[in-house]
Write a protein that binds this ligand. Structure first.
Ligand SMILES: C[S@@+](CC[C@H](N)C(=O)[O-])C[C@H]1O[C@@H](n2cnc3c(N)ncnc32)[C@H](O)[C@@H]1O
Length: 292
C-alpha cells in the first residue's frame, strides 16, 4: 500500500488514481465519473429502483467511492426519501481518504461529499435516509460479515482479472451472489469470457451492457461490461459473438477454493487448466469475428 495518491485527470474532467501495486488506473481513461454513472448506476437501473422506499447496495472495491457516490446522486435525484443501506468493501483505507481532498471531491453534491468524508474518516455514515458502512480488509474475508444482507444492486469493480484474479474467481462470486437479492443486479465493467463463465458457475444468469449507439467503437469493443442476476428476463441477452466467446479457452474461470490464495497461485492454476482444455482457441474465435 502506498498511501500516497496523485490525481490523474480523465477525459470527462473527473480524476482518478494510478496504482503502482496493480499497474493500473482505478477507472477508464474515458471518464471516471462517467464510468460510475453508466456502467454501475445505470446498468443496475437505480433510477427505476429508486421509486421504492428502500434500496440496498454493495460496493465491492469501493476505492475512491465513485460508484457509491454516483448511486446516491442517481437515487436521491429521483426520490429524496428513498432510504439507502450501503456496504463498501475496500482493502486500502488510504484510497478513500485521499479521494475526499479537493479537487477530487468537488464535483459531488454537498450531501454526497459529506457521506464520502464520513466513510473515509469513520468508515461509517448515519443520516435520516442513509446507513453506510465501509469494511476495510480483503473483500474475500470482509464479505463474510454480510451474512443475511441482500443487495438490490452490487457494483463489482476490482482491478482487471490479470492483475487481481483473486476477486474474479468462482468461489468469490459465490460469496458475492449470496449477498444479491432475488431481483437484484450485479454490474461490472468486465466483458471477459473468464469472468462471465465464473459468474455463471456461481449460479447467476448473465447479460451484456450494450455499447452506446453512437457507432464510435472499435471491433474489439463489443460490450461495455456485464450485468448478472438470478432473473434472465431482466438482462440484455448476449450477442451470438459473445455467446460463442464463452465456448473458447478464454472462458476457463479462475478458482480460489479456500479464498486465500495469492494472485500468482490463482494465475498458475488457471494457466494449467487452459492448457488442458479441449475447446476452441480464442484466437480462432477472434479471426472468425474479425477482432484484432
Ligand atoms: C479499480 S479500483 C476501484 C475503483 C472504485 N470502485 C472507485 O469508484 O473509485 C480497485 C480497488 O480495489 C481495491 N482492492 C484491491 N484488492 C482488494 C481486495 N482483495 N479486497 C478489497 N479491495 C481490494 C483497491 O485498493 C482499489 O481501491
Amino acid at each position: 500500500m502506498t498511501g500516497f495518491w496523485i490525481p490523474h485527470l480523465t477525459d470527462d474532467g473527473s480524476f482518478t488514481f494510478f496504482s503502482e501495486e496493480f499497474g493500473e488506473t482505478f477507472h477508464s481513461q474515458l471518464g471516471a465519473k462517467q464510468e460510475a454513472f453508466l456502467k454501475f448506476a445505470a446498468a443496475t437501473n437505480l433510477a427505476e429502483q429508486a421509486k421504492r422506499d428502500q434500496i440496498r447496495l454493495l460496493d465491492v472495491c469501493y476505492g475512491l467511492g465513485y460508484n457509491t457516490a454516483a448511486a446516491l446522486e442517481t437515487i436521491w435525484a429521483m426520490n429524496p426519501y428513498c432510504r439507502v443501506e450501503v456496504y463498501g468493501l475496500e482493502l486500502d483505507e488510504s484510497v478513500p481518504k485521499a479521494a475526499v481532498e479537493p479537487p477530487l471531491i468537488d464535483s459531488w453534491s454537498a450531501t454526497v461529499r459529506g457521506v464520502l468524508r464520513s466513510l473515509a474518516s469513520d468508515h461509517q455514515c448515519e443520516m435520516p435516509y442513509l446507513s453506510a458502512t465501509l469494511l476495510i480488509g480483503d473483500a474475500r474475508q470482509t464479505i463474510q460479515q454480510l451474512q443475511g444482507f441482500r443487495a438490490d444492486a452490487i457494483f463489482f469493480d476490482p482491478f482487471s482479472p490479470r492483475r487481481c484474479p483473486q476477486l474474479w474467481t468462482v468461489e468469490f462470486f459465490q460469496a458475492v451472489a449470496g449477498c444479491l437479492a432475488a431481483s437484484g443486479k450485479l454490474a461490472t465493467y468486465s466483458r471477459s469470457a473468464s469472468v462471465r463463465a465464473a459468474l455463471r458457475a456461481a449460479g447467476l444468469q448473465i447479460g451484456t451492457i450494450p455499447l452506446n449507439g453512437d457507432g464510435a467503437h472499435l471491433p474489439h469493443e463489443w460490450s461495455q461490461g456485464t450485468v448478472a442476476g438470478f432473473e434472465a428476463q431482466a438482462l440484455t441477452p448476449l450477442s451470438i459473438m459473445e455467446q460463442e466467446h464463452l465456448q473458447t479457452r478464454a472462458a476457463i474461470p479462475y478458482h480460489d477454493p479456500t479464498l486465500t490464495d495469492s494472485a500468482e497461485a490463482i494465475l498458475e492454476r488457471h494457466q494449467l487448466q487452459q492448457q488442458q482444455a479441449h475447446c476452441e482457441s480464442t484466437s480462432s474465435w477472434r479471426r472468425r469475428w474479425g477482432i484484432r
